[in-house]
Each structure stands twice: as C-alpha cells, then as structure tokens.
Design a protein around this ligand. Structure first.
Ligand SMILES: Cc1cc2nc3c(=O)[nH]c(=O)nc-3n(C[C@H](O)[C@H](O)[C@H](O)COP(=O)(O)OP(=O)(O)OC[C@H]3O[C@@H](n4cnc5c(N)ncnc54)[C@H](O)[C@@H]3O)c2cc1C
Length: 391
C-alpha cells in the first residue's frame, strides 16, 4: 500500500485548494470526495476578492457570473445604496467553482478518488483513511468535509454548542437583470439588549448571476417556518423580477463558531469542518482557502521532517483566522444591538459619511484589512455613529 505525503477528505473549495497547493509543492497527494462532479453546494456564491486573492491563479472569466460593484442594504423603512469604484466580489455558480478547483488540483498532480467516502481515520505513526472498500495510508490527513464532517466529529467531538446557523437558497431565472449589485435584507428586528455570540439575526440576500438571481436567507436559532417566511420577504423586497416562483429552496448549516481544536497529532481540519466562517455574514470561502494554505504548508514541512508542523498549523490558525473571526464576533452583537436601538436608515447614512471607515470596510472585502483593525476603528467612532443615528 503506497504511503502518500498527504490524504485529503473532501473536495469542496478548501479540500481541492489544499490538494492543489500540496501537489504543486511536489507532495504525493490524494483527495477523496464522496460525490462525483458537478455537484451542488447550497451557497450564495459570493467570492469576495479577499477570498479570490488567496488563490495563486485567477478565476477564469467563464465561471464568473458577475463582478459586484454595488450593495443595497434594506430593512424596515430604509433602503441604502453603496456604489464602489471597483469590483469587490465575484459571484459564481458553486458547481462551476468547485469543478474548476478540483480540476486545478488534478492538473497539479493530485490523485483524485471520486465517488468514495472516508468512513473513519485511524492515527498511528502515520494515518489510515478507511474508505468503503479500501484503505489509504499517508503521513498526515486533512479533513475538509464541510459543516457536517463525520470525521471531525469522530476525532474531536461535536462542533461547539450553538455553533450552527442555517441557510436556505433558491436560484431563479429573472425577467430582466440583475445588474451588478448585491442586495442584503435585515429581516429580523435585532434585539434591544446585547446578547453573547453567536448572534446571526435572520438576514436575506439577492446575489446577481447572469440572467439569474441567487435568493436566500440565513440565521441562527430560527425554525423552518421562520426561514421560509424570510424567503418570502426576500422575494417581495428584491428589486429583481423573477421569471417564475422559485421551487422549494435548499438548506444547509453554516458553522459560526470555530472549533476549539482544529488538529490532532496527524490530522488537520480546514474550512467549514473547522468552523472557519464569518459569524457576521456566513462568508466561509476566504477563511476556508486561508486554512487550506496553512494546512498545505504544514504538510510540506512534515514531509521534510518537521515533526512540530501540525502543532504549528493549529497555532497559525488560532493566531490569524480565529483571531479575525473573534474580532468579527465582537463587532457582530454590537452592530446588531445598534441596529435595534437606532434609526437604521440614519445609521447607514452616518456610516456612509465616514470615508476612512468605508475605505477600511472596502479594503476588508479586498483582503487588505482585518476585522481586528475594523474593531479598533469602530471603538472611537461608536459614540458618533450612535448619536447621529438616534431616531
Ligand atoms: C446558504 C449558504 C450561503 C453561503 N454563501 C456564501 C457566500 O456567498 N460566500 C462565501 O464565502 N461562503 C458562503 N457560504 C459558506 C460556504 O458555502 C462554505 O464556507 C464553503 O463551502 C466551505 O467549503 P469547504 O470546502 O470547507 O466545505 P464544502 O464546500 O461543504 O465541501 C465539503 C466536501 O466534502 C465532501 N465530504 C463530506 N464528507 C466526506 C467524506 N466522509 N468523505 C469524502 N468526502 C466527503 C462533501 O461531499 C463536499 O464536497 C454559504 C453557506 C450557506 C449554507
């Protein structure tokens, strides 16, 4: 039985990009994915430029649906538009993105085992991944199985309590448009008290595709009926005219709290399996790709004899990605509390006048800024935004 340098379970964006990076560096790499492409992942398909900039190749224009240059924020009694002088995000159909990244991994030299499943991972002096009817041996394993990862659960226990939000989405043909603007809807009235995280009040979206719209909702602690009512809200308030009523939406969990441990002795968790998603927006691709890069670096170091490489992976995730997520988790309840007590329209107009602040948010989308710094910028502005936004 060959001994691979690295075996990756899961061929979503995190797993495929990790496989690509490992294979590019010359590691013998195998990726096991239980489905066969093209598959669908429930997602809004927003790729912020900070996510795209983690890739060391450009996204081909054929898979880019729209380059996003505008944002509409809407809620009870307000609709505010922001335009940007450059594209801040792309939208993509996830089957196209996932198939492309998987192809890049294969072209870089990773061996793909598609349509098979990693049932269990055993760790000894190396790792054994037991598939349906065969076993794969490797120096280390990477678990990139998404939010419901069975192997993350078996190796490190259940995900954090209250750590999953839920998202729904439908992709609908439109009569005209949409243009290049994302629409975000604050649907639930935010609480008037500051709650501890997780805090992900029900929000909805319209992400523009070519001749289609990705409509959806996400939130933490909502019933199916409340999520479905949220979908109706989005349909009633989007500026896009859909060609026909969408069919039943698809649902998927969104992890919003990172796992306290993201590695064992020989296995690293990346992407949604590790809970690396923004608790403010449900955006997971940039942290997923960032963790792929760190895991690939660790696998490369391990293959060259650095026994502390996996421990160093865990430290690197904690001091970069998780620190950033924690800063977002602090901003989130304060922001939502603010929206509950101030005139929300006035709040967004007040934010719009804070040029340096808007620039920093824009740079965040581009990957040139961090949530930590946004948090540091929010604190001295807080009183101004608060008093200018009181009803
Ligand atoms: C409704 C919704 C909207 C979202 N919108 C956005 C957005 O606009 N922008 C954004 O950045 N993020 C968004 N996200 C989050 C984003 O979809 C995830 O963060 C991202 O898909 C994580 O990628 P991943 O590779 O870690 O996991 P996944 O994409 O979930 O991939 C995991 C893969 O592992 C495979 N797998 C699972 N178990 C096994 C096994 N035992 N053996 C082999 N293979 C296995 C699965 O088949 C799957 O292909 C959204 C999420 C939801 C639910």
């Amino acid at each position: 039985m060959p001994l691979y340098d690295v075996a990756i379970s899961g061929g979503g964006p995190s797993g495929s990009y990790c496989a690509y990076r490992c294979a590019q560096a010359g590691l013998s790499t195998v990726l096991i994915e239980r489905r066969v492409p093209p598959w669908t992942k429930v997602c809004a398909g927003g790729v912020l430029l900070r996510a795209a900039s983690r890739l060391d190749f450009p996204l081909p224009s054929a898979i880019i649906e729209k380059e996003v240059r505008g944002l509409l924020v809407a809620g009870e009694g307000f609709r505010e538009r922001f335009r940007f002088d450059r594209g801040l995000a792309y939208t993509v159909h996830r089957p196209n993105l996932d198939t492309h990244l998987l192809g890049m991994a294969e072209r870089a030299g990773a061996e793909l085992m598609l349509g098979d499943e990693v049932k269990v991972i055993h760790e000894g002096s190396d790792v054994e991944l037991h598939l349906r009817s065969s076993t794969v041996r490797a120096r280390c394993a990477v678990v990139a199985e998404g939010a419901g990862s069975g192997n993350a659960h078996r190796l490190l226990g259940p995900p954090p309590k209250d750590g999953m939000a839920m998202g729904l989405r439908s992709i609908c043909p439109t009569i005209e448009g949409p243009e290049d603007e994302i629409e975000v809807f604050f649907i639930d009235s935010p609480t008037r008290g500051i709650r501890r995280p997780p805090m992900f009040p029900l929000m909805g979206w319209m992400f523009p595709y070519r001749g289609m719209a990705n409509l959806g909702v996400g939130g933490h602690g909502y019933s199916k009926a409340q999520l479905m009512a949220g979908m109706d809200h989005v349909l009633r308030h989007t500026s896009v005219r859909v060609a026909s009523a969408p069919g039943p939406p698809s649902a998927h969990p969104i992890p919003i709290i990172p796992r306290p441990k993201v590695a064992t002795r020989r296995t690293m968790l990346i992407g949604d399996s590790a809970g690396l998603v923004s608790p403010l927006s449900g955006e997971g691709l940039s942290h997923g790709l960032a963790s792929s890069i760190l895991a690939a670096e660790a696998a490369i170091k391990l293959a060259s004899g650095d026994k502390g490489a996996i421990l160093a992976y865990e430290d690197a995730v904690a001091s970069t990605i998780i620190r950033d997520i924690k800063a977002a988790a602090i901003i989130s309840p304060v922001l939502h509390w603010l929206l509950g007590v101030v005139d929300t329209g006035a709040f967004f107009r007040a934010v719009g006048k804070e040029e340096e602040y808007i620039r920093a948010w824009t740079e965040m989308a581009l990957g040139e800024e961090t949530w930590q710094r946004l948090l540091m910028m929010t604190i001295p502005r807080f009183h101004r935004l608060f008093f200018r936004s009181l009803a």
